[in-house]
Ligand binder design. Structure first.
Ligand code: HEC
Ligand code: HEC
Length: 304
């Protein structure tokens, strides 16, 4: 460089650049830095040759090693699936009693069910099936649609008010919104529902209103919820005798359900899972605390 010179203080060569009297030293790069720099260039070239690296028009350079993370994962998943396939096949043929009698199968069913539940169901039903307003508790022994392994599996398979052709369907009328009952009749029915439920201990029903509500109930509600309010699992009408409420258990919330007749939607899972996974999910839910024993086939009535 033409006008470079030596710096007096350090004795180093300068680059010749100068700003307001400050001159730039031409310090050489440290040797270790240069070695690392050139080594990384060499490493990068070796990497490009061996591994997938450069994008091309409709693909990428595959590299001499032909490495593919996607293929490796697919192979691992395949290996895991074939290792589990015999267990899922056994599961798909087993009843609740059959699973319970086989500790190895039971452990497998719970583990597989728990993992599928955590990924797919816990968002709505809560981890461990604790439920939330509008989403029923699955860990208790109160069932809207039935609590045998077969009932639970059917619910999971077809869903409730879902788009599945065999979905579990039912619709409580919106007695208030559609003007089927007057506000006073709805108030009376609310008091009657409270009076026949365990909520009477906390909500102290107005007994005169409840007596009027009894007539409304028998006329409008008993066909679905039963003459005594025990509910009807065939149409998913919940029991009104307990103190468990899908949409909340305050007087105002019970009344709101009679006014609005809400019905919850549970997706269908048939297209999502194979038979073994469906059975493991059903078994996991069944074992959360409230599963009912397999229905015993009714013996044929003896000839008279
Ligand atoms: C056609 C059937 C049908 C009729 C008639 C009906 N219900 Fe319902 N009711 C249901 C269904 C189904 C549900 C559950 C909705 C759901 O699962 O989301 C329900 C839910 C309820 C609930 C909420 C229960 C809970 O656990 O949270 C109350 C309270 C209730 N009904 C009261 C009544 C009263 C009072 C009447 C009469 C005035 C009535 N229902 C008439 C089908 C019916
Ligand atoms: C988008 C929210 C949602 C998801 C996800 C969901 N559910 Fe549900 N599930 C519901 C609702 C809402 C109901 C109650 C429907 C009604 O009102 O009757 C329900 C009801 C049920 C019932 C019936 C309970 C009874 O008392 O009869 C079972 C069993 C059930 N779900 C299991 C599952 C399982 C297992 C999964 C995961 C594969 C799952 N659910 C995922 C919303 C969901």
């Amino acid at each position: 460089m033409a006008n470079s010179e030596r710096d007096e203080a350090t004795g180093m060569q300068t680059t010749g650049h100068e700003w307001d009297g400050l001159r730039e030293l031409d310090t050489p790069l440290p040797r270790w830095w240069l070695i690392v720099f050139y080594a990384s260039i060499v490493a990068a070239v070796i990497y490009w040759v061996l591994m997938p690296a450069w994008p091309l028009g409709n693909g990428y350079t595959r590299g001499v090693l032909n490495w593919s993370d996607r293929r490796n994962v697919a192979a691992e998943v395949q290996a895991l699936q074939s290792a589990r396939a015999p267990m899922f096949a056994r599961l798909a043929d087993a009843s609740a009693a059959g699973i319970a009698a086989d500790p190895e199968l039971q452990q497998f069913a719970i583990a597989a069910g728990q993992s599928a539940f955590g990924d797919n169901c816990a968002t709505c039903h809560g981890a461990g099936g604790g439920g939330a307003p509008g989403f029923p508790v699955l860990a208790d022994n109160v069932w809207i649609w039935g609590g045998t392994l077969a009932d639970i599996e059917q619910t999971i398979r077809v869903g409730i008010r879902s788009s599945h052709p065999d979905a579990r369907l039912s619709q409580m009328p919106a007695f208030g919104r559609d003007g089927l009952l007057s506000p006073r009749q709805i108030g009376d029915a609310t008091e009657y529902v409270i009076s026949i439920s365990m909520a009477r201990a906390r909500l102290t029903p107005d007994m005169a209103a409840a007596a009027r509500g009894a007539a409304v109930y028998q006329e409008q509600c008993a066909s679905c919820h039963g003459v005594e309010g025990a509910g009807d699992r065939r149409i998913g009408a919940p029991s009104l005798k307990d103190d468990l409420w899908l949409y909340g258990g305050s007087r105002a919330e019970i009344r709101r359900q009679i006014e609005q007749g809400r019905g919850g939607v549970m997706p269908s899972w048939e297209a999502r899972f194979d038979a073994g996974t469906l059975r493991s999910l059903a078994y996991y839910v069944h074992e959360m605390g409230g599963g009912e024993p397999d229905a015993t086939p009714t013996p044929p009535t003896p000839p008279q």
